[in-house]
Design a protein around this ligand. Structure first.
Ligand code: E4P
Length: 221
């Protein structure tokens, strides 16, 4: 399972990237708006920092506008994936960008039907938003199960990015289903890493080792 970070925060991207945990990045206009810096500069810097695919989203909703923005975004680096919303203009743009050899990530996917259309249009990735479905009283993870099954049935090479992830249990469920990628807010990744028993165990090892050092003061490990 690949782990993407769902953020535009350069500090956090650097931190997790140095740990080797970042297979890719997804951003969106909301995430960029949270950072107090020029969004164009932020996007360029993310593309420079991270080796894997970096999804940068178009803001136009008309076909021509999406195509122009996609080509401009792609100039930021080879690893740019253009995020296109799940609309009829979006599907048209996905098809055209495939012909132009630009990878796309179809975003704001909330049903298996939308995922099928995105895959048939040539999207490299689809991003079903499970947390927002949960918020609306649906079982977001059921959608992932369905899409993974359907893509397997037809050997679609479109990868499923589990998006709008809210907590570590989402990650486990997505992994059990066999989803290709999860894109995680940094705080979810931080929670995956931590366990109170790990901290407790480490404290005990440290204090026991201090006792050993009292008996053998010249001890070097
Ligand atoms: C995915 O690419 C989106 O950026 C993201 O997961 C949206 O999640 P949200 O529902 O937390 O805004």
């Amino acid at each position: 399972m690949k782990i993407f970070l769902d953020t535009a925060n350069l500090q956090l991207i650097k931190e997790y990237n140095e740990m080797g945990l970042v297979d890719g990045i997804t951003t969106n206009p909301t995430l960029l708006a949270k950072e107090n810096n020029d969004p164009i500069e932020i996007m360029k810097e993310i593309v420079r920092l991270v080796k894997g695919p970096v999804s940068l989203e178009v803001v136009s909703q008309d076909y021509e506008g999406m195509i122009d923005e996609a080509h401009r975004l792609k100039k930021f680096g080879e690893n740019v994936v253009v995020k296109i919303p799940m609309t009829s203009n979006g599907l048209k743009a996905i098809r055209r960008l495939k012909e132009d050899h630009i990878d796309t990530n179809c975003t704001l996917v909330f049903s298996s039907n939308q995922a099928i259309l995105a895959a048939k249009s040539g999207a490299r990735y689809v991003s079903p938003f499970i947390g927002r479905l949960d918020d609306a009283g649906h079982k977001g993870m059921n959608l992932i199960k369905e899409i993974v099954e359907i893509f397997k049935n037809y050997n679609f090479d479109t990868e499923v990015i589990v998006a709008s992830v809210r907590h570590p249990l989402h990650v486990i469920s997505a992994a059990r289903i066999g989803a290709d990628i999860v894109t995680l807010p940094p705080d979810v990744l931080a929670k995956m890493l931590k366990h109170p028993l790990t901290d407790k165990g480490l404290d005990t090892f440290n204090s026991d080792w201090e006792k050993v050092k009292k008996t053998y003061p010249n001890l070097i490990l």
